[in-house]
Design a protein around this ligand. Structure first.
Ligand code: F6P
Length: 341
């Protein structure tokens, strides 16, 4: 059986662990493996190379993806789906392992509906994919963001400042909530709840009244001061209809300083959360997902994705995984609120 592997969407720590695991397990099953360059673009443009044990040697601990990635959406290209199917046929590819988030796996699901034999692996630092408790990459992003919050604490305290730390999280505030909880943030703001500036400033004032002249605010990039008004830095849409986010941290910092009189600065973590070495947890999770995905292919379980339920890896349909987003559990946010102000 010939199996093509691709990584799509934003990169994510642990992608190489998954690729390595699919190849190693796939070779045990007797598969011929192909690496597709830059996500769905490589299938549209027939751009791929042979993958074997040698090709994936020494990549487990590396960030990024040896396959490259892109936000190419074949359903936005003229005749795109037909070209993908034709490219698979021409190269005698029997099955595709798609490693990605809601967009990449959404494409996988639509291609599966058209008859393509595809299985998925859940990737995204945002952890907003349904059907799985955790996506790989999230743990690394939370570790990076927590380290940043720890560092911001000491400088905020030294200067008696409020520091706003903007983290990623387009639709869901998992990174903000987990890093804010782990780092002891005084306020955590997430896309699931509109920001109420009066409340944020009240927390800063409460701390001032207790003699705490500094505060740490963690905000997810997708959080909004007013519902419906996004803080996009660019109105240009990508092929999946997303605007580029960023800017809420600076906007908040200006408002907090204006309303409380406390000097306020913003730090935007951006892609630092996505780059670099995956944590041990992400390497292990990615490896388990990759082995399971190869087994899904062996068993012909098309249209399914590897998922984590509790401590078990299980199969979940791509339909279920892409139907809706996995948002923050309000109960966990309530836990974080105990420590606000
Ligand atoms: O991978 C998801 C994500 O990290 C979002 O939180 C963020 O909005 C987006 O990627 C930014 O990606 P890029 O800058 O690569 O377009």
């Amino acid at each position: 059986m010939k199996v093509a592997i691709l990584t799509g969407g934003g990169d994510c720590p642990g992608l190489n662990a998954v690729i390595r695991a699919v190849v190693r397990r796939g070779e045990q099953h007797g598969f011929d493996l192909l690496g597709v360059r830059e996500g769905w673009r490589g299938l549209l443009e027939n751009d791929h190379f042979r993958l074997n044990r040698e090709a994936v040697s020494g990549i487990l601990h590396l960030g990024g993806t040896i396959l490259g990635t892109s936000r190419t959406n074949p359903f936005k290209k003229e005749d795109g789906p037909r070209k993908v199917i034709e490219s698979l046929r021409r190269n005698n590819v029997d099955a595709v392992v798609a490693i990605g988030g809601e967009d990449t796996l959404g494409v996988a699901k639509r291609l599966f509906d058209l008859g393509v034999k595809v299985v998925g692996c859940p990737k995204t630092i945002d952890n907003d994919l349904s059907g799985t408790d955790y996506t790989f990459g999230f743990d690394t992003a939370v570790s990076v963001a927590t380290d940043a919050v720890d560092r911001l604490h000491s400088t905020a305290e030294a200067h008696n400042r409020v520091i706003v730390c903007e983290v990623m999280g387009r639709h869901a505030g998992h990174i903000a909530l987990h890093s804010g909880l782990a780092g002891g943030a005084d306020v955590i703001l997430i896309p699931e709840r509109p920001i109420v500036l009066d409340e944020v400033c009240q927390h800063v004032r409460t701390r001032l009244a207790r003699g705490k002249r500094f505060s740490i605010v963690v905000v997810a990039e997708g959080a909004q001061i007013e519902q419906g008004k996004d803080q996009a830095v660019s109105k240009e849409l990508d092929e999946f209809g997303h605007v580029r986010l960023g800017g809420i941290g600076n906007q908040l910092a200006r408002e907090i300083e204006r309303r409380t009189g406390v000097e306020t600065r913003a730090t935007v973590l951006g892609h630092i959360q996505r780059g670099g070495t995956p944590t041990a947890r992400d390497r292990v999770l990615g490896t388990r997902y990759g082995v399971f995905a190869a087994d899904l292919v062996r068993d012909g379980r098309w249209g399914f994705m590897a998922a984590l339920h509790g401590d078990s890896i299980v199969a979940v349909s791509l339909e279920e995984a892409t139907r809706s987003l996995h948002l923050v559990d309000p109960k966990l946010y309530e836990v974080a609120e105990v420590f606000f102000g």
